[in-house]
Design a binder for this molecule. Structure first.
Ligand code: FES
Length: 248
């Protein structure tokens, strides 16, 4: 037919047979409405059923389709082929993670980091369920709403050179998640979270590269959260020097 096509250079790795990752190139139709994820599904359904990758919603909600596209961490369901023409388009697993197979990375480290910031509402000890619902005004909701938009896609970890060098760094999404709860009017856990984040793998690991905020598909701004925590931590240590224990 007259339909044009584009090359998809995909990183392949099958632990049972490959010594390490290698490239495989596929020719896929260059359709205006096709995303990189559509092209990968075309490969899987029509050309090569052995290709492995994660996806689910196809609408930027589930966060499972993150990959490096032409070297940039992207949600493949929101990345159009035409924006990468004439190709070939390089598709690789997210950087800074162990590769399980082809484009699938191991999420274990990320999943273990999130709970460290206590991502739940820590109530006032005096509060009891008998006091009724915890109501919030629209303004109080607005205070943290943007930080609740994170879809755990891990693009920020793939973009973060600090995490790349030091996997112990708690990382951008976890810090943004901490701020999401700190900014919640129902929460009283800010002190506890700050204690976690001022440990050496916490906010001080960040050298303010800002790549996390740049690649975030949901405009969450982890870099801003990190800066605010550094300020809070600095204030707390100044107070510790100036004020006797009881007065803090
Ligand atoms: Fe769900 Fe892309 S498939 S975010």
């Amino acid at each position: 037919g007259s339909e044009s096509s584009i090359g998809l250079r995909v990183s392949r790795y099958r632990p049972e047979s490959d010594p390490g990752p290698g490239w495989q190139e596929y020719d896929v139709p260059l359709r205006t409405e096709w995303t990189v994820l559509d092209a990968l599904n075309h490969v899987k359904n029509e050309l090569d059923p052995t290709l492995s990758f994660r996806w689910s919603c196809r609408m930027g909600i589930c966060g499972s389709c993150g990959m490096n596209v032409d070297g940039e961490p992207r949600l493949t369901c929101g990345t159009f082929l035409v924006d990468h023409a004439p190709g070939p388009i390089r598709v690789e697993p997210l950087a800074n993670f162990h590769v399980v197979r082809d484009l699938v990375i191991d999420m274990t480290d990320f999943m273990e980091k999130l709970p460290r910031v206590k991502p739940w509402i820590i109530r006032d000890e005096e509060q009891s369920v008998d006091d009724g619902e915890y109501l919030q005004t629209p303004e109080e909701l607005d205070a943290y709403k943007q930080f609740s938009m994170c879809i755990n896609c891990m693009l920020c970890y793939a973009a973060c050179p600090v995490y790349g060098l030091d996997p112990d760094f708690i990382g951008p999404a976890a810090i943004a998640l901490a701020e999401r709860y700190d900014l919640d009017s129902r929460d009283r856990g800010a002190r506890e979270r700050l204690d976690v984040l001022i440990e050496h793998e916490g906010v001080w690991g960040c050298t303010f590269v800002g790549e996390c905020t740049r690649v975030c598909p949901k405009h969450v701004d982890p870099a801003g959260a990190i800066q605010r925590y550094k300020l809070k931590a600095a204030k707390q240590s100044v107070m510790a020097v100036l004020l006797p224990r009881g007065a803090r």
